[in-house]
Design a protein around this ligand. Structure first.
Ligand SMILES: [Zn+2]
Length: 106
């Protein structure tokens, strides 16, 4: 679960028998970021408030009859991953002429 205010991952915690998702950024680590001044010290979402909407989402979009429609809408097409070479071209050194070990000693 991610915080809608800052995009960071919220942490789950249980207090007094209730489970919450909490986002509490620190000024030391996040004070320089543009969203920090508008972020409350702690943003909480009760798990109980999330269960029903999440169940509805899963029932409709993952397991529902319209799942093919939703999947087609978000799928662009088959992706071909770029070919990987190692080392990358930027790190490759130009070809050096081969020399024998005898040639180096002279
Ligand atoms: Zn946040």
């Amino acid at each position: 679960m991610r915080c809608d205010l800052c995009g960071r991952r919220a942490n789950g915690e249980t207090t007094k028998g209730y489970t919450y998702y909490r986002c509490s950024p620190s000024a030391k680590n996040h004070g320089h970021l543009p969203w920090f001044p508008g972020h409350p010290r702690a943003a909480l979402a009760a798990e109980g408030q999330l269960v029903e909407p999440l169940a509805r989402l899963l029932a409709g979009r993952v397991f529902g009859a319209s799942r093919k429609t939703y999947l087609a809408a978000i799928t662009v097409g088959p992706e071909t991953p770029p070919a990987r070479t190692w080392p990358p071209a930027a790190l490759r050194s130009p070809q050096r002429p081969k020399t024998s070990s005898k040639a180096r000693r002279t």
